[in-house]
Design a protein around this ligand. Sequence first.
Ligand SMILES: [Fe+2]
Ligand SMILES: [Fe+2]
Length: 259
Amino acid sequence: MIEESYNKIKTWYDTYVSEFSSDNNEIQINIDLIKDHNSRVIENIKELGFSINLEESDLLILQTAALLHDIGRFDQLMKHASYADNEGSNHIQIGLDVIDEQKVLAELEESEKILIGTCVKLHDISVLPKIEDEHALGLIQLLRDADRIDVLRIVSEYYTHKKIYPNRHLDMELKETPGVSKKISKAVMNENVAGRDDVENVNDLKLSQMSWVFDMKNKRSFKIISENGYIKAIFETLPKNDVVIDMYRNMKIFMENQL
Ligand SMILES: [Fe+2]
Ligand SMILES: [Fe+2]
């Protein structure tokens, strides 16, 4: 892929997102949040890509995937006023449809279209399916790291300041009930990513997001997360009981071992 192709897709993206605005302040805040998120995922891609000397063409493929990975969020927010993915509204499917209908990748080679489409499709899946193509797998994992690093940045800031700036969309409309689901703590103690379906309250949500560290694949990702203190910041907003402290310790030790 060449830079000119990326720039054309970026021009399409800028026009597409400029059409989304809402009189509803709550929705507008989240539209802006997704725009900023997409830009920062691109920055993360560059940082991770440079750290492993990724080839220019692969970097451009990933920048394109980063630009488009959450393109479905805009339509989802406008139509459903929610980030909740379900049968009637899934940001990945909406995004893939937009990319297809608007022929966003029309000028690219078939192999590049497939790679970008696969990255978008799999960026948010809890557990990756088996992928034989190691090159494709590496790119998908880079996008997943880059995306999750920025989500951790967003939610760590959000949980810290949510009393002043509540955003029910970032709470995924979950309740602030006490305790942690047993399945979530079991997953974390086994160094696994916690399953989305096991999330029952905001504590579970926070811990499931923290558990992404077990699925990060790039050394640089751990450095960024540690240096910015995202996991620690989320931990500070959780109830300090033995279960939570043990889970945090497990994640902390795991991360230290990756540095
Ligand atoms: Fe996403
Ligand atoms: Fe994202």
